[in-house]
Design a protein around this ligand. Structure first.
Ligand code: GMT
Length: 378
């Protein structure tokens, strides 16, 4: 099949998922065309089945806001016609679904029918999409999609609750390449981070309000009262200054390392002991799934789709949003009992294996095959 993938090229979960999906499809022999404004961060491999098309947005003095959606739709039209795409798969509704609708209508005038599939990822529904400024266009373009998928049961229900959706939303969970994340740990790296054998705690996100990174620091401070430990903060974002101030006031700043945005997450995760994700909302929690594939138990909230991956009392613990005390107590309970830690690590790995890339990619392929032209033998 010839598939166009549209996504955000950044470190965010939707872009990572879309890129890993495209890479896996290319490995299986499909021709994959990424259409984005920048090379996606995880698109770091050469594969002759992968093509990249940059969306250029010309500026003009009249434009206070350069019309990205128009440039994107035009690029989609160009790629559909010149590379004879079978379908478009757009990740994150805004503005990708409405741009795909526009491209679809334009190529129809040329006698080409190109279906588009929209995958909903989370904040496109729960935060941004709900905003009155966007909601009518989001509702329309989701309903006009030839197929709609959501990354968790929770997001599917949230979408029906928040928008007048007249079509079926299919759930295809996030996935992880377990083989990549379950590599043997590099002892030297652990030595550098935790020279005295301290426990290593990790959080990874875009440090936005929805992630409640201050809770990460508060939980870590409680852990530190009970045992020597280090906190690795992966990523960056708007809440970082407030988080740093809090870490200083709780006297744990020196035990926290800010690693910034990292491409080789697996190397950090395999040497670590526990992952913290106290988010306000998480449609799924791809970062947590990657951690679990590296054999890390998870302390998370019970928000959104997190209970779909984190099994309370087996792979980690769930708590209400903001319940720092419970999350701290649970973290200490896992970390201070070696036998429990190793059982939870094993359970976390087994749970992640259920979402292995090899289980999920065929589901996408089956979905695509429903929309492929059968008249030319593809
Ligand atoms: O919140 C993020 O980390 C970024 C965000 C995005 O849109 O890129 O992630 C969303 O999509 C991921 C992939 O499907 C999900 O695993 C994340 O849970 C989801 N984030 C939220 O719902 C807040």
């Amino acid at each position: 099949m010839r598939i166009g993938i549209v996504c955000y090229p950044t470190f965010g979960g939707s872009g990572v998922l879309a890129t890993e999906l495209g890479k896996a499809l290319a490995d299986k022999g499909h021709s994959v065309h990424f259409i984005t404004y920048q090379q996606p961060v995880r698109l770091n491999v050469f594969n002759s089945n992968i093509h990249y098309h940059e969306v250029r947005v010309p500026t003009y003095p009249l434009f206070d806001y350069p019309p990205y959606e128009v440039a994107l739709a035009s690029t989609m039209v160009d790629v559909i016609l010149n590379h004879d795409l079978d379908l478009l798969h757009v990740h994150y509704a805004i503005p990708h679904a409405s741009a795909a609708y526009l491209a679809k209508k334009i190529v129809e005038k040329e006698g080409r029918t190109v279906p588009f599939i929209t995958t909903l990822h989370g904040t496109d529904i729960t935060l941004v999409g709900k905003d009155k400024t966007y909601a009518p266009v989001v509702t329309f373009s989701i309903n006009e999609s030839d197929a709609i998928t959501a990354v968790s049961n929770n997001l599917r229900e949230e979408t029906y609750r928040s928008f007048k959706i007249t079509k079926e939303i299919e759930v295809i969970h996030n996935f992880v390449d377990v083989a990549r994340f379950s590599k043997k740990p590099i002892d030297a790296f652990r030595q550098v981070i935790a020279p005295a054998g301290e426990k290593i705690i990790v959080h990874a996100s875009n440090f936005r309000k929805v992630k409640r990174v201050q809770d990460v620091v508060k939980i870590f401070a409680e852990i530190r009262k009970n045992m020597p430990a280090k906190l690795l903060m992966v990523g960056d974002g708007p809440e970082r200054p407030a988080m740093e101030d809090l870490a200083k006031s709780l006297d744990v700043f020196d035990d926290i390392r800010f690693l910034g945005k990292q491409e080789q997450m697996e190397e950090i995760l395999v040497v670590s002991d526990l992952f913290l994700l106290p988010s306000e909302y998480e449609s799924f929690g791809l970062a947590a799934l990657e951690a679990m594939a590296a054999g890390m138990p998870l302390i998370s909230t019970n928000a959104g789709g997190l209970p779909e991956i984190n099994i309370h009392g087996q792979t980690g613990y769930l708590a209400n949003v903001g319940d720092v005390k419970t999350m701290s107590d649970d973290a200490v309970a896992i970390l201070s009992d070696d036998e429990k830690l190793s059982t939870f690590k094993k359970n976390a790995f087994e749970q992640a294996s259920r979402f292995d890339i090899h289980n999920i990619i065929p589901i996408y392929e089956k979905l695509y095959s429903r929309f492929c032209r059968l008249d030319d033998g593809k």
